[in-house]
Write a protein that binds this ligand. Structure first.
Ligand code: ADP
Length: 591
């Protein structure tokens, strides 16, 4: 690097490395970028749809992942090319915003790039292509709004929600259990949803897994499951109506820090110190008992001596519980995390739910949705999901609900298989707003894939609570948009109309990929469905991937969320526009 001055005395820097950089300009740059983007899309194309293939990826440390989730595949691929990284980002943004449709968005972007390449070769300026794409995307998004259907769901009618989650799960490895997993996802989301504000905090849903058992054993627990056990094997394995002290402070006598020095030169001094330490811990245990705690959950550990004493004083304890879990336990039990031991008090141990639920049950408030709400807000519990209450009332009847809540605050330790593997279940809590989905499966790969698939299903259910509009899947929405976009193209007099038409063709890439992946003739199938849509003026016809015998996606119950589909189109267009606008690529050349 050197500093030089121009004829006006202005300084400028000469970068020597510049000479070592490779540079692509103009059409060459665009073509190189397009082919990089297309290469990524090509990888994901075969994974699209219910018959899509899975990918096996090995991480540098030898872990193997088998998945067909677009975001995960791209995340693990460790791509080097900058444009390929943009595609990874694209999939990640879809995952972040919507949670589903991560494969579709990349396939769509790949198709748009492919069409753009042809237009560029015909001499159309990239900016005109980008503008045309922008117009077309707006037409497509508006058209989706027109063909979208609203569906109503209530605590008693969850079927539409379940069906939509099933569509998401049908393309995953776990599709064998799609019905039960979809039901679990919907119930979990409803348990934490705030239906009034149409908001769902997915952080309140913990997805935990344990190798072993069958996929069918996956269950929803209205409470928290922690991968820990009681600190001492002789502590009780079951605590009814537990009052939990949640400690993030050390639960042991203060230890001398390294900077301090303790001189113990006689046996008596040692014994006194030991006694004092014991007394200190004994006082701590007594304090816990005095405030009424029947279980202590600590973020930190305590030594074996303390453990032994806890067992003798009959105060069960769990140590080394993570911060996120502690927060969830606090939310579920209505308790407070205690950061300083002196602050431990009875009201920090969680709320008593009895009175409220008994009032609600005695007066049989099943038909009066508003009353439980009112009750909750009166005592500051408006956050409790009344939907769950109502659905419990309606599904199980009053007597079950009584049993369900009378056992409020049950903590039990469950062991698995023949190993010493144990987990702690904290159930029937005051606030059923924190729930856990506990997945089982034959190996770690299945568990991880189940977790990823459940994440997609949970996101879909959340999106539907936020906005209950759906469009039909199986490529039907894309075909319908393509027809609308192509019809609109003629109205534009400028060069953009080529780009708009190309956008329409690109939309057809999704149904084509679905047909191809299902072993059908892509062009034949697509043209048949397209002509059917035009003939009947019905946007519900899509690709019959599972060979059900009908192309009508409404009959097949293949739904997708409107916001998910709109987001796919908008994000793909944005990225493609960005790529098209790059006309100079400067990169360090390889030596
Ligand atoms: P993404 O990661 O984009 O969600 P998927 O592999 O989950 O990708 O595939 C989703 C696509 O598969 C959507 O276009 C959806 O409409 C379609 N699809 C899902 N289930 C079916 C089905 N049973 N029949 C036809 N198409 C389906």
């Amino acid at each position: 690097m050197a500093l030089a001055f121009d004829e006006f005395g202005r300084p400028f820097i000469i970068l020597k490395e510049q000479e070592q950089k490779s540079r692509l300009r103009g059409l060459d740059a665009q073509k190189a970028n397009i082919s990089a983007g297309k290469a990524v899309a090509r990888i994901l194309r075969t994974s699209l749809g219910p018959k899509g293939m899975d990918k096996m990826l090995q991480s540098p440390d030898g872990d193997v992942i088998i998945t067909n989730d677009g975001a995960t595949i791209l995340e693990q691929m460790d791509v080097d090319n900058q444009i390929a990284k943009l595609m990874v980002e694209l999939s990640r943004s879809q995952d972040y915003e919507i949670g589903d449709g991560t494969t579709g968005v990349v396939v769509m972007a790949g198709a748009l790039l492919e069409q753009a390449e042809r237009l560029l070769e015909r001499g159309i300026h990239p900016i005109r292509v980008a503008e045309g794409y922008e117009m077309a995307s707006r037409i497509a998004v508006d058209h989706l709004e027109n063909i979208a259907k609203k569906f109503e769901f209530g605590p008693t009618d969850l079927e539409p929600l379940i069906q939509t989650c099933m569509t998401t799960l049908s393309s995953k490895i776990v599709n064998r259990c799609k019905r039960s997993l979809a039901e679990i996802a919907v119930k979990a989301v409803l348990a934490v949803a705030d239906l009034e504000r149409k908001d769902v905090n997915l952080d309140l849903i913990k997805v935990e897994g344990k190798v072993g058992g069958k996929l069918e054993d996956t269950e929803l627990i209205y409470g928290i499951v922690v991968d820990k056990d009681m600190s001492h094997p002789q502590m009780p394995k079951r605590i009814e109506d537990a009052k939990i002290a949640i400690l993030t402070c050390p639960f042991e006598p203060p230890k001398p820090k390294t900077k301090h020095k303790v001189d113990i030169d006689t046996v008596e001094k040692f014994q006194t110190l030991r006694k004092q330490e014991q007394q200190y811990f004994d006082d701590m245990v007594q304090k816990c008992k005095d405030v009424g705690a029947t279980l202590v959950i600590c973020q930190w550990g305590f030594d074996d001596e303390a453990n032994h004493l806890l067992m003798h004083r009959n105060l069960p304890a769990v140590r080394w519980v993570g911060g996120v879990e502690l927060e969830l336990i606090a939310i579920a039990t209505g308790g407070r995390i205690v950061p300083r031991f002196q602050e431990l008090s009875p009201e920090k141990l969680g709320k008593d739910t009895w009175l409220l639920f008994i009032i609600a049950i005695v007066f049989d408030l099943r038909h009066l949705d508003v009353v439980p709400c009112l009750l909750y807000s009166l005592i500051g519990w408006h956050s409790i999901c009344y939907g769950l209450m109502c659905s419990l009332y309606c599904t199980f009847g009053i007597s079950d609900v009584i049993i369900f809540f009378i056992k409020a605050g049950l903590v039990r330790e469950k062991s698995f298989g023949t190993t010493k593997d144990r987990m702690l279940y904290i159930e029937h809590c005051a606030n059923s707003r924190a729930v856990t989905i506990f997945t089982r499966g034959g190996n770690k790969m299945i568990i991880e894939e189940t977790k990823r698939s459940l994440h997609d299903a949970l996101c879909v259910a959340r999106n539907l609570i936020r906005n209950n509009s759906i469009v039909y899947g199986g490529g039907s929405a894309e075909i319908s948009c393509s027809i609308a976009v192509e019809a609109a193209a003629d109205r534009y007099p400028g060069v953009e109309q080529y780009a708009i038409r190309a956008f329409g063709d690109a939309l057809e890439a999704i149904p084509m990929a679905l047909a191809e992946n299902s072993g059908l003739q892509p062009i034949e199938t697509l043209s048949a469905v397209k002509s059917q849509q035009i003939k009947d003026n019905n946007p519900n016809f899509g690709i019959d991937c599972n060979d059900v015998g009908t192309n009508d996606m409404r009959e097949q119950n293949v739904f997708e969320t409107l916001i998910g589909k709109q987001q796919q189109i908008l994000l793909a267009t944005q990225v493609v526009k960005m790529i098209l606008k790059i006309d100079d690529v400067i990169s360090p050349s390889e030596f």
